[in-house]
Design a protein around this ligand. Sequence first.
Ligand SMILES: Cc1cc2nc3c(=O)[nH]c(=O)nc-3n(C[C@H](O)[C@H](O)[C@H](O)COP(=O)(O)O)c2cc1C
Length: 213
Amino acid sequence: MAENLTPPNVDSGESLRKSDLSPDPIAQFQVWLNDAIVAKFIEPNAMTLATADIDGRPSARLVLLKDVDDRGFVFYTNFNSRKASELDANPNVALVFGWDKLGRQVRVEGTVEKTKDSESDEYFQSRQFGSKLGAWVSNQSSVLPNREILESDFERLSAEYADKKVPRPLHWGGYRVKPESIEFWQGQFNRLHDRFRYRRVNGNDWIIERLYP
Ligand SMILES: Cc1cc2nc3c(=O)[nH]c(=O)nc-3n(C[C@H](O)[C@H](O)[C@H](O)COP(=O)(O)O)c2cc1C
C-alpha cells in the first residue's frame, strides 16, 4: 500500500544554490510561476490557502492567484464564506504552491487585507458573464438545500442581466496576502532537498537562509 502511494519523482536533480536566487523573493516567485506556466500545469496559479479560526483550528482550500507584486499575493472570493469569516477573526494565513513535476514547492506566510474596491471592481469586470453571475448566486460555504435553487437563481439573473452590466456584489472581492516569509523548495536526490527561506526584516529587506530539508 505504502509503495503504491509513493509520489511521483520529486527528485528533480535540479539543484538550487543561493547564488541562483534573486535577492527579491517576488522576482524569484515570478520566475518559478513562469516555469510552471511553461511546464503546462493546468492551473499553475492554484494555491492552497490555509486559514485558522479564532480558536486556532485550521482549514485549507485551493484558490487561484490573480495578481502578485511587491505588495503581495491576491486572490478573490466571497466575503461571507468560511475562509472570509476566519480571516475577519484572524488575518494570519499560509499559502502553498505545489508544482510536483518540477519538484518544486513555494510556501508563503503572512497577513491579509482586502484589496481596494476599485481593484476588485476592475478584476470582477474582466470575468466572464457566467462567472459574474456565479458570484451573485453563491452564498458560498452556507448550506444549500438542493442544486435546483442555485440553478434557478442563475437562470433568473441571466435573464435579468442579459443586456446589462453586471455590478460586483459587495460580498465578493479580493484579499492581498502581505508576505512575511517565502520559502522555495527544490526536490533533490536522496531527499537532500534544497530549501531557501526569505524572511522579511526592517520593513522591506529580506534575509535568505538555507534550511535543512
Ligand atoms: C483549482 C481550484 C481553484 C479555486 N479557486 C477559487 C478561488 O479563486 N476563489 C474561491 O473563492 N474559491 C476557489 N475555489 C473553491 C475553494 O477551494 C473553496 O471550495 C471555496 O472557496 C469555499 O471555501 P471556504 O468554505 O473554506 O470559504 C477553487 C477550487 C479549486 C479546486
